[in-house]
Design a binder for this molecule. Structure first.
Ligand code: MSP
Length: 496
């Protein structure tokens, strides 16, 4: 599982955190399924944009990237991102992989010298034809483009149209969600232009192995990180142990490079294609893509101080259907926190612990094997699983939260707090504890710390992350007799 590698011209912002948190939760979900997952992220450190940012900061590019890259790994640590590898494109293992891939494409005859002439957006590190520009400006950044003319090596992308269409026809669900996949197919059907893969005008990059007067174009360089992380280019490693990747998580702005350029480069080099791409929309702020260039970025770590780590993670995962654009507002963040976490999950946990304390002496009773909640739990497990399979975290969490709502309703219907202690009260509370056990497992990819706290408060031993699906989520496994702990409020309400 991979995230994009982030440009180090800016510090990590909510837009970067968005894809990374989704990758993390998706990784954790697959670990619950028992899959052996490697999750890798990293930083994109070469190219004109970084060189310009370093110049502006009065530093060498290497000094500059060395100063920013740790801010990303630090942010991911604070956001509880379970990454196994953090690759920087300035590392020797990456440089070796880029040179290996270039050489293979060159040997295959798909890289040739030609003259490049055209418009280039430095913020995108991408070329545009006149008809793609909007009022003469970059369609994404709305900034002036630069005119370039130089002798470059070109990758003969135009030769790959049929091969790409054939491959996608044979792998119709490789790109998710479907409407984003269709955009990529549209780009391919619209005709493919060769693209320049080298530069002589800058030297901050990886030299071409057969002609070191050129450095590799930053996208050829950056995409290869996915292979570099598997040991490609290292004669002592078998990169196919971890390649092909199961999922590249990307934003819609980098669809062309990932779903058109990258598979063609791999085909040329004789390397297997990734098995899947999950393509997200943008988080907008004031209606625009959050980016350094637009000056409307939100620092993710500031938000943790307000709604807690899991409050923030939950919002990012739950608020926007993956693939669509979402609009970040502070009111939206607090509103969702109060509704789903404080009022629903937090309230349920507090209520169950309080009533178990009062009516059952603080010891959890057994659930009713024939409880009406069992069906709600089975539905929640099935739907949560389907939505994670489709890389739809917001829908997966909605399905999990249905069980929270059903459990709150079950308690309200039976009102155990009003009844005398006895078997009837025990059964209702046992049901609620069993539902909480299943909820903790299902919610753990999104809110790992909170899920573990719920797990411990209801008296379950060990780590919730060590549970395995589907066996762990069948109804009736809550063992009676464990101490149920009240504890402080998991999600105190925030005044809005
Ligand atoms: N370095 C390239 C990616 C190379 S991958 C081989 C790059 N970097 S980036 O830092 O500009 O953006 C990386 C990813 O972050 C993109 O997929 C982009 O969509 C995502 N996001 C950046 N800002 C975003 C939002 N405001 N909202 C959602 N995702 C955003 O592109």
């Amino acid at each position: 599982m991979t995230t994009p590698i982030y440009y180090v011209n800016a510090e990590p912002h909510l837009g970067h955190a968005y894809t990374t948190i989704i990758g993390d939760a998706f990784t954790r979900w697959h670990r619950l399924l028992g899959d052996d997952v490697k999750f890798r992220t990293g930083t994109d450190e070469h190219g004109l944009k970084i060189q310009q940012a370093a110049d502006a900061a009065g530093m060498s590019p290497q000094e500059f990237t060395d100063s920013i890259a740790p801010k990303f790994s630090h942010a991911w640590d604070r956001l509880n991102i379970a990454y196994d590898d953090f690759i920087r494109t300035t590392e020797p293992r990456h440089v070796a992989a880029v040179q290996e891939l270039l050489q293979r494409c060159y040997d295959a005859g798909d890289i040739e010298l030609d003259v490049f002439e055209g418009k280039y957006c430095v913020a995108c590190e991408e070329y545009y034809s006149d008809d793609e520009l909007v009022d003469g400006l970059c369609p994404i950044h709305r900034r002036p483009v630069e005119y370039f003319e130089e002798e470059n090596y070109f990758f003969r992308l135009s030769r790959f149209q049929d091969r790409l269409l054939d491959w996608y026809a044979k792998h119709p669900t490789a790109m998710k969600p479907e409407h984003r996949g269709n955009e990529a197919l549209g780009l391919i059907r619209g005709g493919l232009r060769d693209f320049s893969i080298s530069r002589t005008s800058i030297d901050w990059g990886v030299p071409l192995p057969w002609d070191p007067t050129h450095v590799a174009y930053v996208w050829f360089d950056a995409l290869t990180n996915y292979l570099a992380a598997t040991g490609f280019g290292d004669p002592d490693r078998d990169y196919t142990e971890w390649w092909p990747a199961d999922y590249h998580l990307i934003g819609k702005d980098i669809l062309r490079q990932h779903c058109v350029y990258w598979p063609a480069m791999l085909m040329s080099a004789g390397v297997d294609l990734p098995k899947g791409w999950a393509i997200g929309g943008w988080l907008l702020s004031g209606g625009e893509k959050m980016s350094k260039t637009s000056g409307n970025t939100v620092k993710p770590l500031d938000l943790i101080e307000d709604v807690g780590l899991d409050g923030f993670r939950y919002y990012v995962l739950a608020d926007t259907p993956y693939g669509a654009d979402g609009d970040f507002t502070y009111e939206g963040l607090v509103g969702r926190y109060n509704a789903d976490l404080a009022n629903n999950l937090g309230n349920l946990v507090a209520r169950v612990a309080t009533v178990v304390d009062r009516k059952c002496g603080g010891v959890g009773p057994a659930p009713d094997p024939a409880s009406t909640l069992a069906a709600a739990a089975a539905t929640a497990v099935a739907d949560t699983t389907t939505h994670w399979d489709n890389v739809q975290p917001s829908r997966a969490l909605e399905a999990t939260w249905q069980l929270i709502r059903a459990t709150n309703a079950h308690l309200e219907q039976n009102e155990p707090w009003k009844a005398e202690p006895g078997p009837a009260v025990d059964a209702v509370l046992g049901d609620a504890l069993e539902a909480l056990r299943i909820i903790a497992i299902l919610a753990s990819p999104a809110i790992p710390d909170t899920a573990q706290q719920v797990w411990e408060r209801i008296g379950m031993p060990g780590a919730v992350a060590d549970q395995r699906l589907p066996a762990a989520t069948t109804w009736g496994q809550y063992a009676s007799g464990a101490p149920v702990v009240k504890g402080a409020s998991l999600f105190p309400r925030i005044a809005s």
